[in-house]
Design a protein around this ligand. Structure first.
Ligand code: SF4
Ligand code: SF4
Length: 224
């Protein structure tokens, strides 16, 4: 921790350029009815725990009253948090969706359910999604609603971060590798919203891309 490199990143600026909704629909109204708590899955701390970069957390504590550090509920919860949270991030908890203050949503709120996909030969080519949320997140079953402006802002945000911060790039490279392993084991291809504006299915064993017009036939969980 002492030797952790933390580059200066202006989160206020990042938030400003990455503030648009993912699509023209309010996807929370489609997923929340399937969650027993009635909250959108990504805004329910029982389902998804947000994380913030250490510099982002420093900014959020000054800019907003909607966040606190997440307190693990048990030893196993603590262990899972430690395993899932990179050293340069902290787990946080907001006041809940009824009190959501959009200008100070964390980057992890803005990017959900996506993360930057890094190929095995080390290229950030676009967006893919957090596959554990396939059954619950309506948006993952409706990737066609993602706007070009959202895709562009997402890529611009991570280009900015990765240009300054190899540790963060590496943590997403590892996460992408985990996704390749999971999709190889389940004999599936990985959807990619590419930075070139096209959509692809990627073969996890080779990173070979097959262009697809859209993802309309991919439905999961509650949305089949
Ligand atoms: S991103 Fe997914 S989980 Fe979050 S509100 Fe939209 S559909 Fe629900
Ligand atoms: S800050 Fe808003 S978008 Fe982020 S988890 Fe909380 S309610 Fe959801």
């Amino acid at each position: 921790m002492e030797n952790l490199y933390l580059p200066q990143i202006n989160f206020q600026e990042l938030y400003t350029q990455f503030s648009m909704p993912i699509g023209e629909v309010d996807c929370g109204t489609y997923c929340a009815p399937h969650n027993p708590s009635g909250k959108p899955f990504c805004c329910d701390i029982e389902q998804a725990i947000p994380a913030a970069y250490l510099q982002e957390w420093a900014y959020l504590q000054k800019a907003s009253k909607q966040w606190q550090l997440y307190k693990p509920q048990s030893k196993s919860d603590q262990q899972a948090i430690t395993e899932d949270t990179p050293e340069h991030m902290v787990s946080i908890k907001c006041n809940g969706p009824q009190f959501c203050h959009r200008p100070t949503r964390a980057l992890s709120c803005r990017q959900f359910p996506f993360f930057p996909y890094i190929t095995a030969d080390d290229r950030f080519i676009g967006l893919t999604y957090e596959w554990v949320f396939e059954p619950s997140c309506w948006l993952i079953s409706h990737l066609e609603v993602v706007t070009e402006s959202y895709r562009t802002a997402f890529i611009r945000t991570y280009d900015h971060i990765f240009d300054r911060w190899m540790d963060d790039y590496e943590s997403y490279a590892i996460h992408s590798e985990e996704m390749r392993l999971h999709f190889q084991q389940t004999k599936r291809r990985i959807p990619i919203l590419h930075r070139n504006g096209n959509n692809y299915l990627l073969s996890p064993g080779s990173d070979r891309l097959a262009k697809v017009p859209n993802f309309q036939n991919r439905k999961f969980g509650f949305y089949i």
